[in-house]
Ligand binder design. Structure first.
Ligand SMILES: NC(=O)c1ccc[n+]([C@@H]2O[C@H](COP(=O)([O-])OP(=O)(O)OC[C@H]3O[C@@H](n4cnc5c(N)ncnc54)[C@H](OP(=O)(O)O)[C@@H]3O)[C@@H](O)[C@H]2O)c1
Length: 167
């Protein structure tokens, strides 16, 4: 499984000023449960935004800067290289952002763990539009609000529809 994991608002917004747009305790826990023990692939700016290697996971950072290093992380020069490194480690790999990496990854990922926050935010970074005809919703959990979050949100799991026909 090559999965994208992302949280979007109703306009597909994901970030502003290299930060997330909300703090949803349930979503952070969900992210940890889903990705724990598996390699995570991210762009250099998302790594800077998180500020440290995520524990319990091989952290793979994509950067065009050959001198970029980060403690406890692998640094590679492309998404293809990141997927090659990750798939040598584990059959389940997670692409955790940000926008530039998601734009490349939607074409190759087979699964999307999509948190939808039912609200609209001021943002400068967006998840790409995905075609509903290419992705099947296979799981959905709706929350009316979070423990410390006043808006509703949903955890969706999407699977890419395979168009391959036999014979
Ligand atoms: N809501 C969510 O689920 C979520 C998840 C993750 C991130 N975010 C948000 O997304 C925003 C960051 O996204 P972003 O698009 O600005 O940055 P990003 O995708 O995290 O990182 C961009 C950087 O990745 C490297 N890169 C990208 N494509 C590359 C390629 N083809 N080959 C080699 N290197 C490549 C470059 O690094 P160098 O400049 O070092 O070459 C580029 O500057 C932040 O606001 C963050 O909070 C939101």
């Amino acid at each position: 499984m090559l999965a994208i994991i992302v949280a979007v608002d109703e306009n597909n917004a994901i970030g502003k000023d290299n930060k997330l747009l909300w703090h949803i305790t349930e979503d952070l826990k969900y992210f940890k449960i889903i990705t724990n023990g598996h390699p995570v692939i991210m762009g250099r700016k998302t790594f800077e935004s998180i500020g440290r290697a995520l524990p319990g996971r091989t952290n793979i950072i994509i950067s065009r800067n050959p001198r970029f290093t980060a403690a406890g992380c692998r640094v590679v020069a492309s998404l293809d290289d990141a997927i090659a490194v990750a798939s040598d480690i584990d059959e389940n790999q997670f692409i955790i952002g940000g926008a530039s990496i998601y734009r490349e990854a939607v074409g190759v990922a087979d699964t999307i763990y999509l948190t939808v926050v039912h609200n609209r935010y001021d943002a400068d970074t967006f998840f790409p539009e995905i075609s509903k005809s290419e992705w099947d919703e296979v799981e959905r959990i709706d929350f009316e609000r979070g423990k410390d979050f006043e808006y509703s949100f949903s955890f969706l799991k999407l699977k890419k529809i395979q168009y391959l026909k036999q014979g």
